[in-house]
Write a protein that binds this ligand. Structure first.
Ligand SMILES: *Cc1c(COP(=O)(O)O)cnc(C)c1O
Length: 223
């Protein structure tokens, strides 16, 4: 199967309100170019250096999403161009993104990563930590970031009931956030995006309320 055909097949099955992030980590620029030629404009990478190298080589109307865990000291490399940072899970990291965005006179859109999986290894914060973060004075003062929603990863398992339970949990947190009083207190919180679902579980995620899926291997082949 070609990258182009994979994209066509996947997009056919996506409801209109669901945004597709083509996860191109580890893949050569020629693969991204092929997806670009097929009309794809949003790409997800999980390493800042790799994303920056690809950004330099590829057309400038691509929207680059950082989907991996971000180290504060590397934020400066993506600050000029990144379009959405999915994996923000601390006030410290958000502070650095805000600082670097200001240097480039930008507002960088971010998602807060919520820990929903059973595994200890997955990054993310819980709902209490989310509420603490968005109600903090430091957060309210940040003018160069915008929280556009939440991101999460389910447990890596074949148990669809469990995956569905975890995604539904995240949707519930997202809905509470959208209805929360914090929205009135700060300008940099505008929850619209719920990023959940990868190649193996995106259909379940969409059924549970996802409106952004991050798909890699089903488009580009296994890594
Ligand atoms: C790699 C990755 C994906 C895509 O995974 P596939 O199984 O290849 O679709 C999605 N989200 C994150 C955070 C990733 O690191």
């Amino acid at each position: 199967m070609s990258i182009q055909q994979n994209l066509i097949d996947i997009k056919e099955g996506l409801p209109e309100h669901v945004t597709l992030v083509a996860v191109s980590k580890t893949k050569p620029v020629s693969d991204l170019q092929e997806a670009y030629n097929a009309g794809q404009r949003i790409f997800g990478e999980n390493k800042i250096q790799e994303m920056t190298e690809k950004w330099q080589l590829l057309p400038k109307d691509i929207q680059w999403h950082m989907i991996g865990h971000v180290q504060s000291n590397k934020v400066k490399y993506m600050a000029p161009f990144v379009s959405l940072v999915h994996g923000v899970d601390s006030l410290k990291l958000l502070t650095e993104i805000n600082r670097q965005a200001k240097r480039y006179r930008r507002v960088i859109d971010c998602l807060l990563q919520i820990h929903i999986a059973e595994e200890e290894t997955k990054f993310g914060i819980n709902e209490q930590e989310l509420n603490d973060l968005i109600s903090s004075e430091e957060f309210k003062q940040m003018e160069n970031i915008k929280i556009k929603g939440l991101m999460g990863m389910a447990t890596f398992t074949d148990d669809e009931t469990q995956i569905s339970k975890e995604f539904t949990h995240l949707k519930t947190i997202f809905d509470r956030l959208k209805g929360s009083e914090f929205l009135k207190q700060t300008l940099n919180l505008k929850p619209e995006t719920l990023s959940m679902g990868m190649s193996g579980d995106y259909k379940i995620a969409i059924n549970c309320g996802s409106n952004m899926v991050r798909i890699g291997s089903s488009i580009f082949g296994s890594r």
